[in-house]
Design a protein around this ligand. Structure first.
Ligand SMILES: [Zn+2]
Ligand SMILES: [Zn+2]
Length: 265
C-alpha cells in the first residue's frame, strides 16, 4: 500500500497538507479559501469529495480559514480539540454538529487504514496540536506552529519517514525587521514559532535511518527566505555529519502552491 504526501500550501498566509492512501485521504489544516484547496487538490489528482476527514491543528486563520466552507461543500468530518473548535467556530461559520469530532492530545483516531495521532504543541492558541499519521509501514508527521521543542514533540517526530517541520524565521531578520516589537516578542516566545536554527538542531537530534524526507515549512514571508532556511538547516546537519541529498531528501515546502508529491511504497 502506498502513501502520498503533498503540501497544498505552507506558510503564514495559509497551511494545508494532503496525506492519502488508496483507501483514505485526509487533510491536515484547511487554512486557505475553499476554492484554493479545491484547486490545489485537483493539481495532485484528488477532488474535495475524496477527502475523508480534515484534522485541524489550531484556530489561527492560516490553519482554519477554509475548514467550514470545505466541510459544508463536501460534508467532510472535521477533527480538532475542544479549544480549537471554541476558538475557531466563529471563523468557520455553521458546521453540521455531526461532522465535528472533538479529539484530545495523546489520542489516536483510526480512519480506515490510517491511524492519526494528535500531540500537544506549545503555541499561542487555545489548545494546539500536531499530528502523526501512521500506516502499517510508515509514519508522517506535521509539526508547525511550535514555540519551542518539547519532549512530546521529539517523541512524536521520531521514526517518521516524512516530516513537515516548521522553519519559520531567521532570528536576525526578525529582530532587524519591520514587525512591531510585541509581535516580534510573540514570535520569538515560548508559544510562538520555530526558527531555522532550532529546526536544524531538532533534526540533528532525531535523525535516524527512517527519516527520508524533510520538508521545511511555515516560512515567514518577511523574516525568512527559502534559501536561508534551507542553508541554515543544512549547515547544522553538516556539523553532525548528516549529508542532505544522500539518504535524506530535504526541501522547502512552497508557501503558496502545491509541492511535489512524495510517494512511499
Ligand atoms: Zn500558522
Ligand atoms: Zn498559529
Amino acid at each position: 500500500m502506498s502513501l502520498e504526501f503533498a503540501t497544498i500550501a505552507s506558510g503564514s498566509s495559509g497551511n494545508c497538507t494532503y496525506i492519502g492512501t488508496e483507501h483514505t485521504k485526509i487533510l491536515i489544516d484547511a487554512g486557505l479559501s475553499g476554492k484554493k484547496i479545491d484547486e490545489g487538490l485537483n493539481k495532485i489528482g484528488v477532488t474535495g469529495a475524496d477527502i475523508d476527514a480534515v484534522f485541524l491543528t489550531h484556530e489561527h486563520d492560516d490553519h482554519i480559514r477554509g475548514a467550514g466552507v470545505f466541510s459544508r461543500k463536501y460534508k467532510t468530518p472535521l477533527y480538532a480539540t475542544v479549544g480549537t473548535f471554541n476558538g475557531g467556530d466563529y471563523k468557520m461559520g455553521k458546521v453540521n454538529p455531526i461532522l465535528k469530532n472533538v479529539i484530545s492530545h495523546g489520542e489516536n483516531i483510526i480512519i480506515n487504514d490510517l491511524c492519526i495521532s494528535a500531540f500537544k504543541t506549545p503555541h499561542d492558541a487555545n489548545e494546539s496540536v500536531g499530528y502523526s499519521v501512521i500506516t502499517d509501514k510508515h509514519k508522517v508527521t506535521v509539526a508547525t506552529d511550535i514555540g519551542h521543542v518539547t519532549k512530546t514533540i521529539m517523541d512524536n517526530i521520531k521514526d517518521s519517514s516524512i516530516l513537515l517541520l516548521e522553519s519559520n524565521h531567521d532570528i536576525d531578520m526578525l529582530k532587524k525587521g519591520s514587525y512591531p516589537e510585541p509581535l516580534k516578542q510573540r514570535i520569538l516566545g515560548e508559544r510562538g514559532h520555530l526558527c531555522n536554527e532550532v529546526a536544524g538542531k531538532l533534526l540533528a537530534c532525531i535523525m535516524n535511518g527512517k527519516l527520508s524526507y524533510v520538508r521545511l515549512g511555515h516560512l515567514s514571508l518577511e523574516n525568512n527566505t527559502e534559501r536561508l532556511a534551507f542553508e541554515t538547516v543544512e549547515a547544522i546537519l553538516n556539523r553532525y555529519k548528516i549529508k542532505v541529498g544522500t539518504y535524506l531528501d530535504m526541501a522547502v515546502a512552497a508557501r503558496e502552491g502545491v509541492s511535489e508529491i512524495i510517494e512511499l511504497k
